[in-house]
Design a protein around this ligand. Structure first.
Ligand code: HEC
Length: 120
């Protein structure tokens, strides 16, 4: 291998290290990024509404986000329990909702809800 390429690769490894360390320290975050990050972020609306402060928030209450009518009028308040039910089967909790995603694994649901509860 050419020395320049070698150095470049070493540099990449160093750059990648802090991100990996953060994920190791907070496995809930890595899981959140992997499962939810395609559609959600903590601080910004994407395909789905932002999540910062979701615990204790009324469902469908982020101003300017185009919720389904079903979720907007659901009267749900997000608690650890309602979030767990939502992630298990959104359509069972709120028929007509538009989040086309569920988390089948109970342990993953618990870790994701725990992560969200730490990021109020
Ligand atoms: C394929 C895209 C997609 C994925 C993946 C996804 N969501 Fe959603 N999520 C949405 C959409 C769209 C809505 C709005 C649903 C509606 O209006 O009926 C939503 C709504 C929500 C809400 C309601 C928020 C509010 O303001 O009332 C919560 C909570 C939520 N998602 C959590 C999660 C979590 C946690 C994950 C990861 C396990 C996840 N979502 C993965 C698209 C997604």
């Amino acid at each position: 291998m050419k020395p320049a390429l070698c150095l470049a690769l070493a540099g990449l490894a160093v750059l990648a290290a802090p991100a990996r360390a953060a994920d190791d320290a907070d496995p809930g975050r890595a899981l959140y990024e992997a499962r939810c990050g395609g559609c959600h972020a903590l601080a910004a609306d994407r395909v789905g509404p932002r999540h910062a402060g979701v615990l204790g928030r009324k469902a469908g209450s982020i101003a300017g986000f185009a919720y389904s009518p079903a979720l907007a009028r659901s009267q749900i308040v997000w608690t650890e329990e309602s979030l767990e039910r939502w992630l298990r089967d959104p359509e069972a909790l709120v028929p007509g909702q538009r989040m086309n995603f569920r988390v089948g694994d109970a342990d993953e649901r618990r870790r994701i809800v725990e992560y969200l509860s730490r990021n109020r």
